[in-house]
Ligand binder design. Structure first.
Ligand code: SF4
Length: 753
């Protein structure tokens, strides 16, 4: 049903010639990452080698995946492109908006009701434009993708940070913002800075209590949350080949926690078994025909130091189970040292809740191994001391593990099965008593454990471990319990020990599902109406932005001179505003409310030049807009760093800001501004930032001769009648200048230029 065999065939047919061209261009053996990237170049066969961490390169990804929170704006934008259908296979997954409260069925029904307008929009827009739609309850994006769409040697982008999960099946899968997804669905290339490469050589074999999760918990401890930035992490070695495909998925998923662009494993027997197990034997057959291209070259893995920018080696036979946290996923503790760390640091030893599952750890293997411990708890008369929840990653996994009796076992242990959705992992958790903000501990098999993420309580100490360790600790109700060495007292007062967990990588009876929750798009979507209620607070159809008027911009009011750090979160805050992600007008009420005004060091308080009074940034800007007056935002270094959310560029554009002038930009935000038809400018002399005054009226000159590499002139007309003329730079190429002139990149696509 869900995968596109013709597309994969076309990708594989290109492999032999593209890899041989790449080898010639690079002049040495290739890593797997390089093979996949060079096989997906927009230009076709490589004619030159790209500089790692230097070159910006255009790629043609094979797929796009979107989750429901980010899909809204991505698809509202896509509707502006004037296309009948998406250019590459794409899917939408309804997983982020379901709140966990009492249990799967009730929670799902409540979410369907509460988010009806969002689901109706996503369902209808998917139906119209040829996008596969996974309904609420179908599962979490990354698990569904792994089961249905990921394929060895493929390339995918997804509007979610844990998209790299598909690397477990040998795919280069990268998390992006909605604007990038929109471009690729509209048939445009996708730009990426050619990544650096970190090689992780795995030797030995896992056994006993240790699982794939412990590999990434260990790697996170080594590399820290920033260590993977700008790099792809490629795993190889006999240890890698011994891991299940879903275990590899867990490792790649959590590569996001070290900031990696993505992570990947090569194609092997375990990948083949998983493809066949998920009824994709035809893909396995095809992959087998180009097997040599779906792994790095033998020489690369024999002498990794020569070919990777950094190499790490981990012996799986010696690897201990780990617990990471609290508050950061890179604080890694081997299980044998964890109890002492809990005591020394004064973390609450009493464990309140253990949570297993999520997109990171809800494979058949994970659930069966955790269930083997739950069964022991029942058999050995142990009553679980902590609350315990299970979040299946997909309906297919849920149905199968229910059929095989595992959910029943969890129930006997006191576990509660939550909906197949993100739930507590993304803070969609109506946790009883969290508002009291009491100090407490929880442990999850999820990926992120930043303060407040799960339940909004800053005093919840969240730890991350494998589902096996989470289950054992939940049975004990105590973070200082080490299941490998310690005993527990059972109902009869006897001391009992938990045996090592046991499980199966794949179900012996195969996967089963009654209704996977998939809605295929209409063959011909031309008659399908996209449903958006004009009264909706959460959704609003977009209007195209106006084209450039063809003249220099004069008399722009300074809206704010932002001081210091100004991330996309300062520009378009998350939290309660997530609700309005599909409504540009409403979400624009958060524009720049987190930015610090350089003149009064306060946030969300700027001078309204029309009245002389101080007001909130969006309110002041709306007054300028009402009067038809353009404005300008001035910023400091690395303006727009952080998440790639396109709202941070769309909101100022929507409210009438014409230019952003800063000391330097974070590149993704700079590109997003260009796409929306904004002027993204930098001071030729950064010290000129100090010349900007609070009452300035600003002119931007030279736009009629706007050209690549040619600076523009900015005139600062100060309130006292004096003026400064300064040079400003830009990085627009010819094509991007056309975006500016057309009003946005989408306007240009729509015009078919
Ligand atoms: Fe993201 Fe958690 Fe949902 Fe996975 S389960 S997609 S990490 S929110």
């Amino acid at each position: 049903m869900a995968f596109d065999i013709e597309m994969i065939k076309a990708v594989y047919e290109k492999y032999p010639s593209r890899i041989s061209a790449a080898r010639k261009a690079v002049g040495r053996p290739l890593t797997l990452t390089e093979k996949i990237l060079y096989a997906h170049l927009t230009q076709g066969e490589a004619s030159e080698a790209f500089g790692r961490g230097v070159s910006y390169v255009d790629f043609n990804p094979d797929r796009v995946a979107m989750q429901d929170a980010t899909a809204q704006m991505a698809l509202l934008q896509f509707m502006q492109a004037g296309k009948d259908k998406v250019a590459v296979p794409s899917t939408v997954h309804c997983d982020h908006l379901i709140q966990a409260e009492v249990g799967a069925t009730a929670d799902l029904n409540k979410a369907k009701d509460k988010n009806r307008e969002v689901y109706e929009f996503l369902s209808s827009v998917s139906n119209k434009y040829g996008i596969g739609f996974w309904k609420p309850g179908a599962g979490i994006i990354h698990q569904v993708v792994l089961e249905n769409y990921a394929f060895p040697g493929g390339m995918m982008i997804g509007t979610d940070s844990h998209t790299p999960n598909a690397g477990g099946l040998g795919m280069i899968a990268i998390g992006v913002g909605g604007a990038d997804a929109c471009d690729v669905m509209a048939g445009l290339p996708w730009e990426l800075k050619f990544p650096k490469l970190i090689g992780v050589k795995l030797t030995g074999k896992l056994s006993g209590w240790t699982s794939a999760k412990d590999v990434i918990l260990k790697v996170a401890g080594i590399l820290t949350v920033k260590g993977g930035t700008g790099a792809v992490v490629e795993y190889f070695g006999e240890g890698a080949r011994s891991l299940s495909a879903t275990g590899k998925g867990t490792i790649c998923n959590m590569g996001a926690e070290i900031g990696a662009t993505t992570s990947i494993f090569g194609y092997d027997e375990k990948s083949e078994a998983y493809l066949r197990g998920t009824e994709r034997g035809d893909i396995a057959d095809m992959a087998n025909t180009i097997k040599e291209h779906l792994n790095g070259d033998a020489e690369v893995y024999a002498n990794p130091e020569k070919y990777f920018d950094q190499v790490i080696e981990i012996n799986l036979s010696e690897l201990e189970p780990h617990v990471n946290g609290p508050f950061t996923p890179d604080l890694a503790w081997p299980l044998s040292k964890f109890a002492a760390a809990v005591k020394e640091n004064g973390w609450p030893a009493k464990l309140d809740v253990g949570l297993i599952g999520s997109c990171t750890n809800s494979s058949y293997e994970d659930i069966s191994r955790a269930a083997s411990l739950a069964q022991q708890a029942v058999d050995k008369k142990l009553i679980a001391k902590s609350e315990y929840t299970i979040t299946p990653g997909s309906e297919q996994v849920r149905f199968t593990v229910e059929r095989d009796g595992f959910l029943d076992v969890f129930g006997k242990m006191g576990g509660v099965v939550l909906a197949n959705a993100c739930g507590p992992c993304i803070g969609q958790w109506a946790r009883h008593g969290a508002d009291k903000q009491e100090k407490n501990s929880i442990i999850t098999s999820f990926n992120r454990n930043f303060a407040k993420r799960a339940d909004g309580n800053p005093n919840t100490h969240a730890f991350v471990a494998s589902p096996e360790v989470v289950t054992a600790l939940a049975i004990a109700g105590d973070l200082t319990f080490n299941p490998m060495t310690d005993t527990l007292t059972n109902e009869d007062g006897q001391q009992v020990k938990l045996d090592e967990p046991k499980g199966l990588e794949l179900p012996t009876k195969g996967f089963a599902v009654e209704d996977a929750g998939y809605q295929a798009p209409a063959q011909d979507g031309s008659k399908v109406q996209v449903i958006v209620d004009p009264q909706s607070e959460r959704l609003q159809l977009l209007e195209p932005f106006k084209a450039w008027e063809g003249t220099d911009l004069k008399g722009l009011k300074l809206l704010i001179k932002a001081k210091g750090k100004c991330t996309t979160d300062h520009i378009s805050m998350a939290g309660p505003w997530l609700r309005y992600r599909g409504h540009l007008d409403n979400i624009s009420n958060n524009m720049l409310i987190g930015a610090v005004n350089a003149y009064n060091e306060e946030t969300n308080k700027v001078k309204n030049q029309l009245t002389g009074e101080y007001g909130e940034v969006p309110a002041v800007q709306r007054q300028y807009k009402l009067q038809g007056i353009g404005s300008i935002v001035v910023g400091d270094e690395n303006y727009g760093e952080g998440s790639s959310r396109e709202h941070a560029a769309m909101e100022p554009r929507f409210l009438g800001v014409r230019a952003i002038l800063v000391k330097s930009f974070a590149r993704i935000h700079e590109t997003n501004l260009k796409k929306q038809g904004m002027l993204a400018l930098t001071f030729a002399n950064p010290a000129d930032y100090d010349l900007i005054q609070e009452d300035d009226s600003i002119d931007i000159l030279g736009l009629t001769e706007f050209a690549p590499g040619k600076p523009l002139t900015v005139v600062l007309n100060h309130a006292d009648g004096s003026r400064n003329e300064i040079k400003v730079n830009h990085t627009y190429n010819e094509g991007q200048i056309e975006w500016f002139k057309a009003g946005s990149a989408l306007n240009l696509i729509k015009a078919g230029i």
